[in-house]
Design a protein around this ligand. Structure first.
Ligand code: SAH
Length: 217
């Protein structure tokens, strides 16, 4: 596949996302920079810029670009923010976060996905602060807390208190919550030590969040 094909397709995707209501210029710019074709299986690379989720290894998916754009917009990342992602998958969402200047912490429960994403991200962004970990993300990553933002890219049965506890004051948790079929995106903002404001937003379908405070395997 020719390099120009991907660049044109990527520009077209940005236009598509704008038409679907994504307004954040910083998010759109980050998405214009990340080569999504490198995060999908080779046989699907020519479909990398369609606004759809695509299968990756271990029966998981790389989220639809619109969903990535929407969740990233909700996070309102500022340069230097510490962001924790649960569900590294392909590493695409982590790449968007690093393009926005975040210090990225990302956790994946499948070793193979964790490892592939770690290698790809360190190749594309050798100088960036991206830290990946293999394990159950539902318990968070307390050593580096508090975080300005936590983004969960798998569907949860409930909002994990463990993750809320790792938010900075004013920090946000973006998480899809529901049953196995359908989830509502929640934006939870930490007001102070013990109070949180929970905003339920629009509906999505994610692969399940599996772990101690998630669905059982
Ligand atoms: N953000 C990813 C989306 C991957 S799909 C991307 O941009 O490609 C969600 C991922 O969450 C899957 O890879 C799945 O294995 C992972 N996952 C599910 N439960 C998890 C948990 N408890 N901890 C860490 N990762 C989890």
């Amino acid at each position: 596949m020719h390099r120009d094909f991907f660049i044109d397709a990527r520009k077209q995707l940005i236009i598509n996302l704008k038409q679907k209501g994504i307004v954040s210029e910083t998010v759109l710019n980050a998405m214009l920079k990340v080569p999504r074709e490198q995060f999908v299986p080779k046989v699907l690379s020519k479909r990398a810029y369609e606004d759809i989720s695509l299968p990756i290894d271990k029966q998981q998916t790389i989220s639809q670009p619109f969903t990535v754009a929407r969740m990233t917009s909700l996070l309102e990342v500022k340069e230097g923010d510490k962001i924790l992602e649960i569900g590294t998958g392909s590493g695409y969402q982590a790449a968007i976060l690093t393009e926005l200047g975040a210090e990225v912490y990302t956790i994946e429960r499948h070793f193979e996905l964790h490892n592939q994403a770690r290698i790809l991200l360190s190749t594309l962004y050798p100088q960036h602060k991206i830290y990946s970990r293999y394990g159950d993300g539902t318990i968070g990553w307390s050593e580096h807390a508090p975080y300005a933002g936590i983004i969960v890219t798998a569907g949860a049965p409930e909002i994990p208190q463990t993750l809320l506890n790792q938010l900075d004051i004013g920090g946000k948790l973006i998480i899809p919550v529901g049953d196995e079929k359908r989830q509502t995106m929640h934006c939870v903002v930490r007001q102070d030590e013990s109070s949180f404001l929970d905003y339920p937003l629009d509906d999505y379908t994610f692969v399940p969040l599996i772990g101690k405070v998630g669905w059982k395997a």
